[in-house]
Design a protein around this ligand. Structure first.
Ligand SMILES: O=P(O)(O)OC[C@H]1O[C@](O)(COP(=O)(O)O)[C@@H](O)[C@@H]1O
Ligand SMILES: [Mg+2]
Ligand SMILES: [Mg+2]
Length: 333
């Protein structure tokens, strides 16, 4: 801190990465480049989100196209996808990309690598036009020694992630990530253009007071979900019921869950037995963060990080949050 009460020694994500790189004498800086490209993507998307209404970037993309999950694409979905693909490609270190908005994986067979990046370029699309928080979700894997880049190479359990995170475009832009040991949050200083460490070592409370689920689907729920939700709404005498919070942007709902505790649920139901959220670029990175923060990530039966996806846009039910709450849900399976 300077004599004028200005922190002249800010810990930024870039600085953190350089520090991490120095801890590994054999590191060539490849991962630092990948993360620099993710940071660039997040800053670029921030600038578009902030100007979306003025620059007429709200609304659908205007094509008859839907993405691989059959959802109509918004203009910002398409732009964010292009931004991240270009940024990651220019790092020269990403051999395989899987995006929500691309039907097939993008595979580079020109010897670049060694990373695989899976991402949801813009999460919470339905909230874009209302100015509600949205985000980007990403996960990074490393190709095994001698492994050729391919779409199949991305079909690995979430436990093998080397990094998982999200960027939330809300009242501020927050980048939250983990390399497996601890979860840190950085806030974009719009004047510096840098992500500054603001939330060091985030730990999720072991039990929460909030449940987060699309309750409009309750007529379709399976017994496990109905029983647990009914339980927290109608507690035994002397205990308070849980509060309901549901934004409808996974990034924003998980951000709150990480900071305040509680649960975020997108279960399977009779309408959609596998739920809605996609394993590779929604369930895995968020599960990785939740578990690294001391919480529990489940598909209702076992850790969501142990799912082995068979296709890149596969879905899974997901139950994320405070460890004791999620264990209670698993006991009802
Ligand atoms: O409207 P629903 O069915 O409650 O679904 C909400 C969920 O869908 C999502 O918007 C899906 O993400 P995309 O916007 O990336 O397709 C999640 O962010 C959110 O948790
Ligand atoms: Mg999403
Ligand atoms: Mg999306």
């Amino acid at each position: 801190m300077s004599q004028f009460n200005v922190d002249t020694n800010l810990i930024t994500l870039t600085r953190h990465m350089i520090h991490e790189q120095k801890q590994h004498p054999n590191a060539k800086g490849d991962f630092t480049l990948v993360l620099a490209s993710i940071q660039l993507g997040c800053k670029f998307v921030t600038s578009l989100v902030r100007r979306a209404g003025i620059a007429k970037l709200n609304g659908t993309a205007g094509t008859a196209d839907t993405n691989a999950s059959g959802e109509t694409q918004k203009k910002l979905d398409v732009l964010a996808d292009e931004i991240f693909i270009n940024a990651l490609a220019s790092s020269g270190k990403v051999a395989v990309m899987v995006s929500e908005e691309q039907e097939k994986a993008i595979v580079y067979e020109d010897g670049r690598g060694p990373y695989i990046v899976v991402f949801d370029p813009l999460d919470g699309s339905s909230n874009i036009d209302a100015g509600v928080s949205i985000g980007t979700i990403f996960g990074v894997y490393q190709l095994h020694d001698g492994e050729k880049p391919s779409e199949e190479a991305a079909l690995r359990p979430g436990r093998e992630l080397v990094c998982g995170g999200y960027c939330m475009y809300g009242s501020s832009t927050n980048l939250v990530l983990s390399f497996g040991n601890g979860v840190h949050g950085y806030t974009l200083d719009p004047t510096l253009g840098e992500f500054v460490l603001t939330h060091e070592n985030i730990r999720i409370p072991s039990r929460g007071k909030i449940y987060s689920i699309n309750e409009g689907n309750s007529i379709y729920w399976e017994k496990q979900t109905s029983q647990w939700v009914n339980g927290v709404k109608n507690p035994e005498k002397g205990k308070s019921p849980y509060s309901l919070r549901y934004i409808g942007s996974m990034v924003a709902d998980i951000h709150r869950t990480l900071l305040y505790g509680g649960v975020f649920l997108y279960p399977g139901d009779s309408k959609s037995p596998k739920g809605k959220l996609r394993v590779l670029y929604e369930v895995f990175p968020m599960s990785f963060l939740i578990e690294a923060a001391g919480g529990r990530a489940s598909n209702g039966k076992h850790s969501a990080l142990d799912i082995v996806p068979k296709s890149i846009h596969e879905r899974s039910p997901v139950f994320l949050g405070s460890k004791e709450d999620i264990e209670d849900i698993e006991k009802l399976a």
